[in-house]
Ligand binder design. Sequence first.
Ligand code: ADP
Length: 444
Amino acid sequence: MFEKVLIANRGEIALRIHRACREMGVRTVAVHSTADANAMHVRLADESVCIGPPAARDSYLNMSAILSAAAITGADAIHPGVGFLSENADFAAMVEEHGIAFIGPSPEHLRLMGDKVSARRAAEGFGIQVVPGSAVVDPAAAAAEARRIGFPVLIKAAAGGGGRGMRLAHSEAELASQLPAAAAEAKAYFGDGALYLERYLDRPRHIEVQILGDGQGGVVHLGERDCSLQRNHQKLLEETPSPALDADARARLAAAAVGAMRQLGYKGAGTLEFLYRAGEFFFIEMNARLQVEHPVSEMVSGIDIVREQIRIAAGEALGYGQEDVSLAGHAIECRINAEHPVSFAPSPGTIASYHVPGGLGVRVDSALYQGYTVPPHYDSLVAKLIVHGAGRGECVMRMKRALEEFVIAGIDTTIPLHQRLVAEPDFIAGAYDIGWIGRFLAAP
Ligand code: ADP
């Protein structure tokens, strides 16, 4: 096992990783920007190193600064967390070249799955149905491809992520006018202007499968997560199991995902994302890393996913099979952002008072504390409220009462939005799709 893990991230996810290390008796190194000198992950880690100024490209994305911090502190592994460098194959390769373990999949698998076009091709090779679409298209050939696929089509960035840079086209004229802007946006966000087209599915659900593979033949799934409640393609609330699946659909989905990861010889935690409509699953992408919404799967399985990532990276086998994994009850996560609950304007600032909910089945993953100042430079996610209950009804009631108890004063948060959501009859009935929030927010 590792002696010291450097956590190349910030906020609640850095704390989440620190907690797993602590429970495993592994020492931790925090890295931070100058804006995060007073952050909770820095306070709790055994050691910390400042790696640069506030802008992420100069600190949390600064590969040489992070590698230097690992060398100086003698860390024997790096956990990249989510976002930032977590899916950067060059970084993973560089870490390993320095004799440090990268807590994640191999650089080859990161490369394969990081490019969405090659990931689609790989999924097809594993016998998984993908959304009808194209390979990378150049603008001159796009209209013919779109006719073949059928309008409406989504223009997507091959290197895309985080719901950014997608554009919808209902016609050839719209396609022609959207392509240059989409390419420019892809280049600006992801440093790669390559685009592909996908059939736009009407009102599907987003359902994903959590996988753990040890690269030694062991692969298990921890069930699915329904992440259909999204605003601008960004997830707001996730739950497991999905209220939309029956036992047969659930079994088909899990078998497809596990089969693919077995064929690939995948090592690490990963998520296969699908759109689901009328009983059919269509693969959209794989995230070869930890995901923000992993806690709901932990709550129903009792398995610490970060601990498993660390064990796998240290060369351990899973040591259990699918028959040993039991999924019990229901779990829901609300992502609480430092944003105005109606206008969604970012709301950085100082936390005047802070009180977290508690009680049976309630978990809060957050790096906030009273007096802390949320900096304006990073993602607006400040807390994840996760609840577990015996069944979905109990879980929804528990989420309602936990949201009532949660106090984050001094900044705006999306808690009031979540309170409205969990009181909606459609949500209570589990009857929602990926466009539901958009329609809900647009309603007078
Ligand atoms: P990203 O990597 O940016 O998160 P994804 O491919 O995972 O991009 O898509 C993000 C979200 O966009 C999905 O969860 C879904 O809501 C929507 N989406 C993606 N592809 C399609 C599609 N072909 N049809 C309809 N909606 C889609």
